[in-house]
Design a protein around this ligand. Structure first.
Ligand code: DGL
Length: 251
């Protein structure tokens, strides 16, 4: 299978990392809209317009599937993307909700949903989890984590200050949904701040779980062919990709 992975910028590489670790695909075409990131502070119309343009970009390749790695786009534009795409499209929100449901046996579990302002305002996670019977949901827009991760700040004083700023009223969660592509990189610090046993729902792993439950994969591809495209400075994207994809990031 040859797939496309779309994100507003570099964050979707965390999803690519999970896909590569599970060796599911022969070829991955990544497109990051680095010229227009962040999407998480934009309104629905803009997000939908950019997302439809991304579908247009992927039409240059003969893809079997497009994975929307961006939570913000998945929350707002998945249906509109599907209407204009000739290949199937799946998004990380649905996968994240199913992964949360599989990970938590108790519907009274306390779930903390983190995401961009747009993702949290969409209530996409809250509504879907609510309809599955989860009642104790806290949702918090934590957009400052995005530039921190882009600065490669994954721990330390500045990050801890933002934790205090965002989480001073937060009840200790049983599970945290990392509802933004960048957040897996601060998993360790989040666990340290809350509790080492906190369950973290990672978009990349959730997508892998979703794919393995919905498609048959009989071949493993040890060396997937990777193609990276960006709307601005593709070399910067390639540099980050070689850093992020070649080391263990979440330990
Ligand atoms: N990729 C976005 C997401 O997962 C985060 C960055 C942005 O705001 O564009 O929601």
């Amino acid at each position: 299978m040859k797939i496309g992975v779309f994100d507003s910028g570099i964050g979707g590489l965390t999803v690519v990392k999970s896909l590569l670790e599970h060796q599911l695909f022969e070829e991955i075409v990544y497109f990051g809209d680095t010229a227009r990131v962040p999407y998480g502070i934009k309104d629905k119309n803009t997000i939908v317009r950019y997302a439809i343009e991304a579908v247009g970009f992927f039409k240059n390749f003969e893809l079997d599937l497009i994975i929307v790695a961006c939570n913000t786009v998945s929350a707002y534009a998945l249906n509109e993307m599907k209407e204009t795409s000739s290949c199937p499209i799946i998004g990380v929100v649905e996968a994240g909700v199913l992964a949360t449901n599989n990970a938590l046996k108790d519907k009274d579990s306390n779930i903390l949903i983190l995401g961009t302002k747009a993702t949290i305002n969409s209530k996409a996670y809250e509504n879907a989890l609510g309809s599955l019977g989860f009642k104790n949901l806290q949702a918090k827009a934590t957009g400052l984590f995005v530039p921190l991760v882009e600065e490669e700040i994954y721990s330390g004083e500045i990050l801890e200050a933002t934790f205090k700023y965002y989480f001073n009223q937060t009840t200790k969660p049983d599970a945290i949904i990392l509802g933004c592509t960048h957040f897996p990189l601060i998993s360790n610090s989040l666990k340290k701040y809350f509790h080492k046993n906190t369950i973290l729902i990672h978009s990349g792993d959730a997508i892998v779980e979703y794919l393995e439950n919905n498609f048959d994969f009989d071949t493993k591809y040890q060396q997937a062919k990777l193609k990276f495209f960006a709307s601005e400075n593709p070399d910067a994207l390639k540099n980050i990709a070689s850093k992020w994809l070649n080391k263990s990031l979440y330990v």
